[in-house]
Design a binder for this molecule. Structure first.
Ligand code: PLP
Length: 449
C-alpha cells in the first residue's frame, strides 16, 4: 500500500496509470488471483473501471447515480477525477458534521489503535458512556445498540411486541403510517407502509395496520386494546419530507396512553440535530416511550440505537435480543464524539440559523418558478422541494449532479435536501445559484407544467 493518499487537485495515482488499473487487476497477480496485492483504496480508479466492476460483482439492488466519490472535506465531495461537488445530501442525513471532520477522525483513529471489537458478552466503557449521553439528550431510560436504522427498528418492534405479550397474548398489533419508511429488514419493512417495498416478499410480519398520516379519525379508529405499539417518523422522510402536525403527534401520544400501547418515534433520519434540536419530538410537548436513532449518530460510521423509556426497560431481559456488532467500540467512540462536537461547536444553533436562511432562499426560488416548485417544506436542515406530480425527482437529482450539486429525492416528485449541519451561508448561496440554473433549465424543458 502506498502512503501517498491521493487528494483532489493532485495527479491521480502517483504509482499507477489508472487507465489500466482494472485490466491489471482482472489478470490477477500470479499465485494470488483472488486479491490484487498492490490494490490501494487511497488511489482512485477511473469511474468506468469502478462501474464495470460494480456491474459485474455487486448485486444490483441500488439504482446508482453515475459518479463515484473518492474524497470528502466538510461540505464538499470529490469524484475520481478530482471534480468538486457541493454535498447537500450528507449521505442521506448521515455525515451531519461534514466529511473528514478532524475530531471524528482523531477519535476513530485513536480507538482503532487500541481496540476494535470484543463482544457484547463483555462490558464496554464507550458503550456505557454513549448510552448515558443518549439518555441525557432524550429522556430517562436505557439504550439498546445496533448497527443501523433498520436494526434499531427491529429492536423496537420486538420490544413493542414483547410488551404487548406481557399484558395479553392477543395484544400484538402495530399501528404505522402509510408512506412511512422504517428500513429493509423484515420487521422494519413490515412496519413500512408502502406496498412497493413489500412486493415480492410476502407474507410480511402480521398484525400491521397502516393509517394515513395526519388523519386523526383514522388514528382513533385504528387504536384499541389489541394494539401494542404505534410507530411514526415525526417527519415522513421517504414519504416526501412531510412533517406530522403537532396535534396529531399529541393525539398519538394520548391514544397510546389510553390503550396501554408503546408510542415509538423513528428519528433515524430526523434525529441528532437535523431539525435544530437533538430530536424532532423536542419541538413539541411530547415524549415517546421509545426512540430509534441511527444515521447522524455515527457521522458516517455505522451505528444505531433504540432508547427505551424507564417504564419499559424490563420488557426485554438477558438473552431476549442482541447483536454481535451493536455498540462496537469504534462506533460508540465516534457516536460520543459526534455529541460532544454538536455541543462544543454550537451545531444546533447553526442548524436553526442556516435553516431559516435556506428556507427563505428556497421560498424565493419557489416564487420565481411556481410552475416547477409547488411547495417547500420540512424542518431544520431536512427540506423537501415538491415538484409537479408528473415530474420525476430522480431525473432532477441527476441534472443537479451534472451541475456538481448532490441532492436526493424523497418519493417520486420531491427533492430532498439534507446538507451537513455545519453548512455555511456562503455554501448555501452557491447551492441556490445552482438550483436557480437548474430550475431555469427545467422550466425551458417543461413549458406550461
Ligand atoms: C426514518 C428511517 N428509519 C429507518 C431507516 C433505515 O435505516 P438503515 O438504512 O440504516 O437501516 C431509514 C433509512 O433511510 C429512515 O429514513
Amino acid at each position: 500500500m502506498s502512503n501517498d493518499v491521493w487528494r483532489p487537485g493532485e495527479d491521480k495515482s502517483p504509482e499507477k496509470d489508472n487507465e489500466f488499473m482494472l485490466e491489471s487487476y482482472e489478470k490477477g497477480s500470479g499465485e494470488h488471483t483472488h486479491v490484487h496485492e498492490d490494490y490501494d483504496p487511497s488511489q482512485p480508479m477511473s469511474f468506468e473501471d469502478i462501474r464495470k466492476l460494480d456491474e459485474k460483482y455487486v448485486l444490483p439492488v441500488y439504482a446508482r447515480m453515475p459518479v463515484a466519490f473518492q474524497y470528502g472535506s466538510g461540505e464538499f465531495l470529490y469524484d475520481t477525477e478530482g471534480i468538486e461537488y457541493i454535498d447537500f445530501l450528507s449521505g442521506i442525513a448521515v455525515n451531519s458534521l461534514g466529511h473528514s471532520h478532524p475530531d471524528l477522525i482523531e477519535t476513530l483513529a485513536s480507538q482503532a489503535d487500541r481496540l476494535w471489537h470484543t463482544s457484547n458478552i463483555f462490558f464496554s466503557q464507550n458503550q456505557a458512556m454513549l448510552a448515558r449521553a443518549l439518555v441525557e439528550i432524550t429522556f430517562p431510560g436505557k439504550v439498546f445498540f445496533a448497527n443501523s436504522g433498520a436494526e434499531a427498528n427491529e429492536a423496537a418492534l420486538k420490544i413493542m411486541r414483547a410488551y404487548g405479550q406481557s399484558v395479553d397474548p392477543k395484544k400484538n398489533r402495530i399501528v404505522a403510517l402509510e408512506n412511512s419508511f422504517h428500513g429493509r429488514t423484515f420487521g422494519a419493512m413490515s412496519m413500512t407502509g408502502q406496498g412497493k417495498i413489500h412486493n415480492g416478499f410476502g407474507p410480511i410480519v402480521p398484525e400491521m395496520i397502516y393509517i394515513e398520516a395526519n388523519d386523526k379519525d383514522s388514528l382513533m379508529a385504528a387504536v384499541d386494546s389489541r394494539v401494542c405499539g404505534i410507530i411514526m417518523e415525526p417527519i415522513l422522510g421517504e414519504g416526501g419530507v412531510l412533517p406530522l402536525d403537532p396535534e396529531y403527534l399529541q393525539l398519538a401520544r394520548d391514544i397510546a396512553d389510553e390503550f396501554n400501547a408503546m408510542f415509538t418515534l423513528d428519528e433515524v433520519q430526523t434525529g441528532m440535530g437535523r431539525t435544530g434540536k437533538y430530536f424532532t419530538f423536542q419541538h413539541y410537548h411530547i415524549v415517546p416511550d421509545m426512540l430509534t436513532i441511527a444515521k447522524g449518530l455515527g457521522g458516517g460510521f455505522p451505528i444505531g440505537a433504540a432508547v427505551v423509556a424507564e417504564k419499559f426497560t424490563k420488557v426485554l431481559g438477558s438473552g431476549a435480543h442482541g447483536s454481535t456488532f451493536g455498540g462496537n467500540h469504534l462506533g460508540t467512540a465516534v457516536g460520543y464524539e459526534v455529541i460532544r462536537t454538536i455541543e462544543s461547536g454550537k451545531i444546533l444553533e447553526n442548524v436553526v440559523k442556516m435553516s431559516t436562511y435556506l428556507m427563505g432562499e428556497l421560498r424565493k426560488l419557489a416564487k420565481k418558478y411556481p410552475e416547477i416548485i409547488r411547495n417547500v417544506r420540512g424542518m431544520g436542515l431536512l427540506i423537501g422541494i415538491v415538484l409537479p406530480e408528473k415530474m420525476e425527482a430522480r431525473d432532477v437529482v441527476k441534472k443537479a449532479l451534472e451541475k456538481n450539486l448532490v441532492i436526493g429525492r424523497a418519493g417520486n416528485n420531491v427533492l430532498r435536501l439534507a446538507p451537513p449541519l455545519i453548512v455555511r451561508k456562503q455554501t448555501i448561496d452557491r447551492v441556490i445559484e445552482r438550483l436557480d440554473a437548474l430550475m431555469e433549465s427545467l422550466k425551458r424543458e417543461h413549458p406550461g407544467k
